[in-house]
Design a protein around this ligand. Sequence first.
Ligand SMILES: [Zn+2]
Ligand SMILES: [Zn+2]
Length: 287
Amino acid sequence: MPWTNYHNHCKYCDGVDEIETHIQNAIKEGVVSLGFSSHSPVNFDNKWSMDKQDLNNYLQDILVAKQKYSGQIEIYKSLEIDYFPQQSGIIKKWVGDLDLDYSIGSVHFVDAFEDGMPWEIDGPLMTFEKGLEEIFRNNIRKVLEKFFEYTIQMLERDCPNILGHIDKIKMQNHHRLFFDENATWYQDLLKQTLEVAGKSGVIAEVNTRGLYKKRASETYPGLLGLRLLKEFGIPICLNSDAHHPKEIIGEYKNTAVLLKHLGFKELMVLKNNTWQPMPFDENGIHW
Ligand SMILES: [Zn+2]
Ligand SMILES: [Zn+2]
């Protein structure tokens, strides 16, 4: 049965493989609509973002593949764009300048170290602990407040088509318990954020990467977030955030079962260049 995936990283950022290898594997797995979303370039050094000088080749490679595989699979070009509060408008600018088919907006960085280097909240444990101590004096609640504040700012000022992994910061709880996801203050933050998402017209992704990488016991967002998405009527799409062709539909089946159980009836898909809701079950989308 057909699946879709709009969150994929290839060799142009921190993925490992060629665009074509992703596509060939996607076709094998029954994917009918696939979007590439490399980490967009940023103006500081890091290991996972695309180099600015590679942007044109990246987009060109996708267009060539789109032609080559037309009739077998729909291919779309995108970027996973970081939101920084001081760079408002950047998501819309990328989409306009590069003629992207859609955008994913994600918060990966919260504030910066003393030397100006932004702090990644979904990196290694050591980096997380360092930022928590040096920037936030070990006040984890302040970190979460900032993380969701920036997510809300992104939704209000620079709204992408897809909201990336809403609560990914909770992956750090897999190493050791930094905060209680059942605490009222945390649940309130998530609720306030999704309330804004509900008014913004954004599509929320249900991201399976934490599950198949065994870095989380739930999707991003987890059960609480999924229930809120349902409550606020926010449209969802299913994405694997694949960094390797074999991850293209990782944990899709189990997640689809859960989504059906929670009462979701449709997933948003890009078909013929248009976002539209389509019914699904655990075997795929009713394409
Ligand atoms: Zn991301
Ligand atoms: Zn990603």
